[in-house]
Design a protein around this ligand. Structure first.
Ligand code: AMP
Length: 276
């Protein structure tokens, strides 16, 4: 596997390739969730590239940018084993040169949920993903359902700006007890790790209620909240039952919904979701 840091080298490498190119953007500290995207890309593309870049512009001033976990050596081993062809790990100044001032901002879909809780987050995400699309010129790009609003934002941006890339959303990979894999799970101590299973329990309870015929979104939100409240170590930030495309909160669930939530557990902020 080739390891590149400069944009010029990446472009040079990419120009020489023929056949479908698949991109998996990541912030590193890889786990099975990331690797599932690489494996899916391998089945659909002749070449697979991965970016590892802890994107400073998608972190708020009080967030965990400086503490975000990193282990490039281990990431490279995992990506080699998973069959990636190239990894790009640019330094921040390669992505954001001096006097950088061009941003991608989406309107309605970035207002609620994570966009509301993390002002500026999606400006950073959309901008870096647009830059990754321009750097790698992938035919397909792979993202996880774990970050549901991000998936909606990237699909919207690719369509709105005519990026010639298929955006493919892959299922959330979970621990056996239901906790969604996340690089941020390392922040959890054993008691918090145990408590964090309540996210999956809450989503499962609301999904079961929906499948039993409940269509009142407020009742489903109440189920999410009351289940989260059974864990004293977990503090709810928001729960949501929203339209899958607009992400607007629903009153009545008529054509399915995105059930989602964000919580604090100790030092970690965790998100999870189900599509129903
Ligand atoms: P991150 O490194 O957290 O920016 O994640 C990089 C990509 O991996 C994003 O598209 C995430 O949605 C995806 N991802 C993260 N966790 C999971 C998971 N548990 N299952 C599937 N995809 C995931």
């Amino acid at each position: 596997m080739l390891i590149l840091t400069s944009l010029v080298e990446l472009r040079h490498y990419r120009r020489a390739l023929t056949g479908a190119f698949g991109l998996v953007p990541t912030m590193g500290y890889l786990h099975e969730g990331h690797l599932s995207l690489v494996r899916r890309a391998k089945t659909e593309c002749a070449h697979v590239g991965v970016s590892i870049f802890v994107n400073p512009t998608q972190f708020g001033p009080a967030e965990d940018l400086s503490k975000y976990p990193r282990d490039l050596e281990r990431d490279v081993q995992l990506l080699t084993a998973a069959g990636a062809d190239v990894v790009w790990t640019p330094p921040p100044e390669e992505v954001y040169p001096l006097n950088f001032q061009t941003w991608i901002m989406l309107e309605e879909v970035t207002k609620p949920l994570e966009g509301k809780a993390r002002p500026g987050h999606f400006r950073g995400v959309a901008t870096v993903v647009a830059k990754l699309f321009n750097a790698f010129t992938p035919d397909k790009a792979y993202f996880g359902q774990k970050d549901a609003q991000q998936a909606v934002v990237i699909q919207r941006m690719a369509r709105d700006l005519n990026f010639p890339v298929d955006v493919i959303i892959c299922p959330t990979v979970r621990e056996p007890d239901g906790l969604a894999l996340s690089s941020r799970n390392v922040y959890l101590n054993p008691a918090e790790r145990h408590a964090a299973t309540v996210l999956h329990r809450a989503l499962s309870a609301a999904k079961a209620q929906y499948e039993a015929g409940e269509r009142d979104a407020e009742i489903l939100r109440a189920t999410l909240s009351s289940t989260l409240a059974t864990e004293p170590l977990v503090r709810e930030e928001y729960v949501s039952v929203a339209d899958k495309e607009t992400l607007a909160e629903l009153t009545l669930v008529e054509h399915g919904a995105l059930l989602s939530m964000a919580v604090r557990v100790g030092k970690a902020r965790l998100i999870d979701n189900f599509l129903v």
